[in-house]
Design a protein around this ligand. Structure first.
Ligand code: HEM
Length: 405
């Protein structure tokens, strides 16, 4: 039985857990905590933060599908942004429900539709080939800094239409880091990123303006939709903001994860070289295992029963995507990297009406990088253990020392 199948108020109280999903040791290795959450109940109460959490695959999908009861208007993170003292303006796409969501989403979907992305493919392929050739010449490189981040921070802002500048790459990654820290609690990690991002707030604001969207990019198309009256004029810069904040770290985290799993599994890498069409599966499997955005926030609009557990009205809920993506009830050998498994049903890109609108970009970026590698690199190995970058709501590597030959 899943969400909303019992009459309200018949559920049992949620089990109370003391674990803190934002503690360093859990960010480094979150999987035992996810197992504890799944095993404790269909919904649990995390007393440390005063929020509920859902981690079983079927309940995660059901909650994300049920936008009427699990609203996005309370904010995509752990904080309830409707409460007094809310400290940021809601996103006009991710933090709204229908009908407001439907109109804005339609514009975004058109601006980055699969047919638009087909026009960018050649340029993405060229950049991937150029980067991989350059790295092959030096044999050893860092998979995060030199490949996945270098690639994404070139092709994505170019397609968006942001003018290039020496500070563009570092600024965009800092904005992303701050954005995802801000989806967690107001802890020391967020305070530190907030101090750093303050120094580039002027640049961040400038990049949302119409005059900084070069012709032919996604940004210019968004302002054209505003001119045509499809969205309000003030929504256009906020949509550019979504691109700046959510479009880089997520894709580069996925590409780094794919490199990591391939470097640890020579048989999988050989299979990919033999059949480059497996690229798509490798990317999906890396997304499933890594799940770059771990938690999406929802707010209950009435008492809701999740399986047999009551989540009272007006509760903030964090929907735990990686817990669902490794739920043994949904996946065989959930912790194993298997490029032949059917990955359909993974929730790394979300599920339901808010499912990632940028997924075609992320998939294209991953595909062209892996194809460029598979075509040129015979063996890919880790030369040292990678390190993790800790963030409140972004799972990624800080370094991935690789040798390619
Ligand atoms: C592998 C890379 C990516 C991952 C893992 C990812 C993950 C997600 C997830 C989990 C959601 C659902 C949020 C929710 O339900 O509250 C989402 C929505 C969204 N993503 Fe992505 N994303 C990725 C790439 C991108 C890119 C490249 C863009 C750039 C355009 C983007 C823009 C968005 C936007 C605007 C939404 C909100 C959609 C809506 O509310 O209708 N994402 N993404």
């Amino acid at each position: 039985m899943t969400t909303d199948t019992l009459p309200a108020m018949t559920g049992r109280p949620a089990p109370v857990l003391t674990l803190d999903p934002y503690a360093d040791e859990i960010l480094l290795d979150p999987f035992p905590a996810y197992a504890e959450i799944r095993e404790a109940g269909a919904a649990v109460f995390l007393e440390r933060h005063g929020v509920y959490a859902i981690g079983r695959h079927r309940d995660v999908q059901a909650a994300l599908k049920n936008w009427r009861d699990f609203s996005s208007t309370g904010g995509s993170g752990i904080a309830d942004i409707r409460k007094p003292g809310a400290w940021r303006a809601p996103s006009p796409i991710v933090e709204v429900d229908p009908p407001d969501h439907t109109r804005v989403r339609a514009v975004m979907q058109r601006v980055i539709s699969p047919s638009v992305m087909r026009r960018w493919r050649e340029e993405f392929e060229r950049e991937a080939a150029r980067l991989v050739d350059e790295l092959l010449a030096q044999t050893r490189f860092d998979g995060v800094h030199d490949l996945s981040e270098a690639f994404v921070s070139t092709v994505f802002p170019n397609a968006l239409g942001l003018p290039d500048s020496p500070e563009r790459r570092d600024n965009l990654f800092l904005i992303g880091e701050w954005n995802f820290d801000a989806q967690g609690p107001r802890n020391a990690r967020l305070e530190a990123t907030t101090r750093r991002v303050a120094a580039i707030e002027g640049w961040h604001q400038e990049m949302m303006k119409r005059e900084n969207q070069l012709p032919g990019g996604f940004g210019a198309s968004i302002f054209e939709a505003a001119d045509a009256g499809e969205i309000e004029a003030e929504v256009a810069p906020l949509l550019i903001r979504s691109f700046l904040r959510g479009g880089l770290d997520t894709s580069s985290s996925t590409i780094s994860a794919a490199l990591y799993y391939l470097a640890r599994d020579p048989a999988a890498y050989t299979a990919l070289r033999a059949d480059p069409n497996k690229t798509r599966n490798v990317i999906e499997e890396a997304m499933r295992l890594e799940t770059p955005i771990p938690y999406v926030g929802r707010l209950t609009m009435r008492d809701v029963v999740v399986d047999d557990v009551l989540v009272p009205a007006d509760s903030k809920v964090i929907v735990m995507l990686p817990a669902a993506n490794r739920d043994p009830a949904a996946w065989t050998d959930p912790d194993t990297f298997d490029i032949n498994r059917t990955t359909q049903g993974h929730v790394a890109l979300g599920y339901g009406i808010h499912m990632c609108v940028g997924q075609a970009i992320a998939r294209l970026e991953g595909e062209v990088v892996l194809k460029a590698l598979a075509a040129r690199v015979e063996t890919l190995e880790l030369t040292e253990e990678p390190t993790r970058k800790l963030n409140n709501n972004l799972r990624s590597f800080a370094s991935l020392p690789l040798r390619a030959q």
